[in-house]
Design a protein around this ligand. Sequence first.
Ligand code: GBH
Length: 495
Amino acid sequence: MNASAKELAALLPPGFTLGVATSAFQIEGALDEDGRGPSGWDVFAAKPGAIVEDQSPAVSCDHYHRMPEDVALMKDLGIDSYRFSLSWPRIQPGGSGPVNPAGLGFYDRLIDLLLENGISPMATVYHWDTPLPLEEAGGWMNRDTAYRLGEFAAIAAAAFGDRVDRWVTVNEPATVTTNGYALGMHAPGEALMLKALPSVHHQLLGHGLALQALRAANVRGEIGMTNVYSPMVPASANPLDKLSAGLMDVAQNRLYADPVLLGKYPDIIRAATFFSSSFSPSSEDMDLISQPLDFYGLNYYMPTRVASGPGEGAVPPGMAEAMGDDLSGTPGAPFHIASFPDTEHTAYGWPVKPDYMAVALAEMAERYPDLPPVYITEGGASFEDVVVRDAAADRRIIPDERRLRYLADHIGTALEATRPGGAAESVDLRGYYVWSLMDNFEWSAGYKQPFGLVHVDFDTQVRTPKASYYWLQEVIAARRAASAAHVPGAAVGQQ
Ligand code: GBH
């Protein structure tokens, strides 16, 4: 037994959830099947140059046809919970109006199979695949999309509310606004910069309306929402670097978390938009956005190092290349993302900084005194994998030690930080979901950024568990062995 797997298992508090995460558009394929309608992402991905090497999401992991095989992989892994997303254009192709029974049927079968296998379902209502008619009507720049999302949540609640254990209303509105509406790197490909602010408010309002619909339907599961959180680190003690990091912190973190957890936008946003009548959220909106949550979902991948001035590029050169976007040399940029020195980077160019997992949790605790219980709803790393043939055993081995180490260090750090005496001891951390179960369509990076515990050969659709999968399997087995050893015999059969 791998010693570190055993050590990590010993740190897991009772009831801690270990899970894996995916999203519909990234794994399902079958975009034209059984009545699914197009999404904004279908159209965006078909534009020449939008995706690395113009790769197509049409088939991806073919999960729509191979779902039972993928659930079997989760069962063998032994995880407690699976976080997936409901494809809005599969269930409600027009984004409003009629429901597609075949779309509901797919998630019915998925949820039932998960439950039969003892895997707790966590369903994300919105993970970026806006139905095309809504995108064409302005997408998240249009307030109406928020009401449509509320309606879609009511449909999902009626269909699955009796079986889903945890709901995430909206995933990472920051990435949708920043990449989709401000910079144009994701669907719908708009580069509105600061004028993208309404897309923030409308997504958060969509969260509030979805939450309201789920509560009204009396779903049995817990309800939360998910934001990505990246601690902002000034590149130096220079006041301009500190100011720049503070602005990034507002733009990427506080802009999305403050309204949900404090019921108001950051003061600097209100000050900056004071003269703009297009951004004056009502108190009714803010009440909807800040309704109490059963849990808060946090995606943590990395910290961001920020320096003033245009620098060499708006994003570190490695990251720009990996994403297929050349943002270098943005003229007149007031600040830029700088690399961390002497740091390992993933294939994306993202810095590997497990210590900042603890910083993220500690900052959340400090900023939000009423922070509900937290699930880390995503964490993981893309590294190029090498498939090795083990001729003797006649099998393929994928020795992804760097991914394994990333996960071990980040889960371990999160657990230590939230134990009594830890840097974020007041955070009630309930679980960690690895991004991702399997290699998949990584948005504008296509199939070039593998995050999976399971390797997918996109020519043959053959799935091969990596070393990181077997490591997590060992962690879970070790936890089970330890808890079985602690069950007092006398308690057996007692109520
Ligand atoms: C998540 O996005 C998505 O939920 C998931 O679909 C995706 O596959 C996965 O992660 C892996 O990418 O604060 O300016 O430094 C995470 C995307 C990209 C969001 C980097 C935060 C940092 C922006 N993240 N970004 S900045």
